[in-house]
Design a binder for this molecule. Structure first.
Ligand code: ZN
Length: 304
C-alpha cells in the first residue's frame, strides 16, 4: 500500500511545489481563525506553493492581499469577494471595485444565501456553521431568483454582476446557492460569455452536489473544487475515498483542490493541503492527476 511507503511524503512535497489552494480563511476576519494571511503565505513559501485564494464571508480580500504580496512576494496572494449582505448582496458596484483592486474570484452569497439558511434551519444540516449565520428565518436570505431558491425569475442585479465578472475575466464560484440556482446561473453565465466557473466543495454536506449534478456541470465546463474541510472530525468525517471516487467520475481535467481551512480546531491551511494530497495519493489518485488538479487547472483559471 502506498501510504506504507516512505516516498509518499516525497511525492506530496513534489506536488506542493507550485500548487494552488483555491479557498482559505485567515485573519483579518470577524470569525476566529488559526492564522493570519501573512502566516499562511509564509507556510506556503516553505513548500514553494504558487498561489493562495483568500475568502472572507463579509468583505473583499483583494485590498489586504496587496500587503501580503509585499511581505511574502514568493507566493501569489489572490483576493476575492463574497456577495453577502455586508457588501450589499448582488452588488455589481462592489464587484467592480473588488476587481479593480485585483480580486479574481466572485463567490455567490454564503452565510446569507437562502439555500444555506434552508439547509441549516429546515434540513438541520451542518450545525458547525450555525454561529456564523445571522438570518434565522428560512423565508429570508439571498437568492438569484425573485421568488427564492426554487424560483425562476432572475434578479436584474444578478445579471449586472455577471456583466462585471465577464468584463474583468473573473472566476464565478456558484458555491452555496441551490441546485436549481446553480443550473440556471451556469447557463446564464455562459450566455454572458463567462467560461471560468467553479463549484466549491460539492463534497460537503452543506451545498452538496450529487455525482450526477457534478458530471452535468463539469460537462458544461464547470470545475469541481473539492475541499478538505468535510473530511475533518468536527465536520462531515468524510472518507478521502469519497473524494477520490468523485475525482475519478468527474475527471481530473475538471477537478480542483482547496482546503477551506482556517478554523481554530483544524490544522493550519498549508498543512491541511498537504494532508489532503497525502490522503488522495493513498486513495489511489495518481501523482500526474494531482499535478494537473493542483497546478495546471487553478493556474489556468487564475491566469497565473
Ligand atoms: Zn469557506
Amino acid at each position: 500500500m502506498i501510504f506504507m511507503s516512505e516516498n509518499i511524503i516525497d511525492i506530496a512535497n513534489e506536488i506542493m511545489d507550485g500548487a494552488i489552494d483555491f479557498h482559505i480563511h485567515a485573519y483579518p476576519d470577524i470569525t476566529a481563525r488559526i492564522q493570519d494571511m501573512v502566516e499562511v503565505a509564509l507556510d506556503a513559501k516553505k513548500y514553494n506553493m504558487k498561489a493562495l485564494v483568500f475568502k472572507d464571508h463579509n468583505t473583499m480580500t483583494s485590498d489586504r492581499c496587496y500587503f501580503v504580496n509585499k511581505m511574502v512576494p514568493e507566493v501569489k496572494c489572490i483576493g476575492s469577494i463574497t456577495l453577502n449582505y455586508s457588501i450589499g448582496g448582488f452588488n455589481p458596484i462592489a464587484v467592480e471595485i473588488a476587481a479593480k483592486m485585483g480580486a479574481k474570484v466572485v463567490w455567490m452569497p454564503s452565510i446569507d444565501a437562502a439555500w444555506t439558511i434552508h439547509q441549516v434551519y429546515v434540513e438541520n444540516k451542518a450545525k458547525w456553521i450555525r454561529p456564523m449565520i445571522r438570518i434565522k428565518n428560512p423565508k429570508e436570505g439571498l437568492s438569484i431568483f425573485k421568488e427564492g431558491f426554487n424560483g425562476s425569475s432572475i434578479r436584474p442585479e444578478v445579471k449586472e454582476v455577471l456583466s462585471v465578472i465577464k468584463q474583468y475575466e473573473m472566476v464565478l464560484d456558484i458555491l452555496h446557492i441551490s441546485p436549481k440556482e446553480r443550473k440556471v446561473l451556469v447557463d446564464l453565465a455562459k450566455e454572458y460569455g463567462i467560461e471560468k466557473i467553479v463549484l466549491t466543495h460539492p463534497n460537503c454536506e452543506l451545498g452538496y452536489a450529487d455525482i450526477d449534478e457534478q458530471k452535468e456541470l463539469a460537462k458544461k465546463g464547470v470545475y469541481m473544487d473539492y475541499s478538505f474541510l468535510p473530511l475533518l472530525p468536527f465536520f462531515d468525517r468524510q472518507s478521502p475515498e469519497v473524494v477520490a471516487t468523485m475525482i475519478k467520475d468527474v475527471g481530473y481535467e475538471k477537478s480542483l483542490l482547496c482546503t477551506d481551512l482556517g478554523q481554530t480546531i483544524n490544522p493550519p491551511p498549508v498543512e491541511g493541503y498537504k494532508l489532503f494530497i497525502l490522503h488522495l495519493l493513498a486513495s489511489g489518485i495518481p501523482k500526474e492527476w494531482l499535478l494537473h488538479i493542483t497546478h495546471y487547472n487553478p493556474a489556468n483559471l487564475l491566469d497565473l
